[in-house]
Design a protein around this ligand. Sequence first.
Ligand code: PXG
Length: 289
Amino acid sequence: MKIYFNGQLVPKEQAAVSVFDHGLLYGDGVFEGIRFYAGRVFRLDDHIDRLYRSARAIALAIPMAPDEMSLAVLDTIRANGLTDGYVRLVVTRGEGSLGLSPKSCPRPTVFVIASTITLYPDEMYQNGLKLVTCATRRIAHGALSPMVKSLNYLNNIMAKIEAEQAGAGEGLMLNEQGYVAECTGDNVFVIRDGRITTPPIAAGALAGVTRAVVFELARALGVEIREENLTRYDIYTADECFLTGTAAEIIPAVELDSRPIHDGKPGPVTLRLTEMFRELTRTTGTPIG
Ligand code: PXG
C-alpha cells in the first residue's frame, strides 16, 4: 500500500506521524472522507472545497493549492491500483512542541490514504436501521462549529458509544436547544406528506456532500425539499426517514427510540433516491485516469 505523505508516495510503513504532531496531541487538524466508484472520484471538488473551508475556519494554512490536493488524491488512488474504495485525506497542524499554541508548528502534515471500505450489509439497505436518541448533545457553534470537519470527533464518538450500547445502528444527536442536529456520522432527513425536510446547518449539522446531492436529486424528482428545525416528534411521526453520508450513502432509518417510523419499513421515496444516487455514483465523478 502506498500513502501520500507530505508530497511523496511512500510505502505504508514509512507513512508515520510524529508523536509531537498536534493532530495527535490535540486533535488539531481537518479531514475528508471521499468515495470513488468505477474509476471515478465522487464529488471530489466538493470535498476539496470543504477541506479548505474547514482549514480556513481553524486558521490552518494548507501548504498546497486545492488543485494540487485533488491531484494528490487521484495519484494516491492510481498508485494503489484501485477503482472502487475510500480516501481519507488528513491535514494536521503538524509537528510542534508541547503546548496548545500552533505557533510551534511550522509545517502542516498532509496525508492521503486510499483504501477499500466495508459497506453496511445489504440487509440494512433493504430493511433499514434503528436509531436511538443520544444523551450527548451536538457540540455548540460557540464551542466549535459543527461545520468544521475537524479531527475532534470525541463529541460524535461519545454519542456513537451510546448508540452501540443501545444496540442501534446509529445515534440521533440533538443540539443544546433540543432540535435534531444530525447522526454521529451522517445527516438525517424525514419525509412527510410528500415533502422532504432536513435540519438547517445552523442546527448543528455538517454540510454533508451527500446531503447536497439529495437536494439535487429531490429537485430532479420534483419533490419539495427544505431545511427546517426538527424535533424527535417529527421523526416519530414521519412517513419515511433516511440518513446520508459518504460511507453510508443513503440508508433508510425505520425506528427511533423503539418507535417504528410509519410501518417500520423503508419508504418509496427513500428507495427511489437511493437508486438515483447509485446511478450518479456509477456515471459521474472525476476520472482517476
Ligand atoms: N455528519 C458528520 C458528523 C459526519 O462526520 C456527515 C455528516 C456526512 O457528510 P458527507 O459529506 O460524508 O455526506 C459526516 C461524514 C468515517 C467517515 O470514516 C465519516 C464521514 C464520512 C466518511 C467517513 O467514519 N462522516
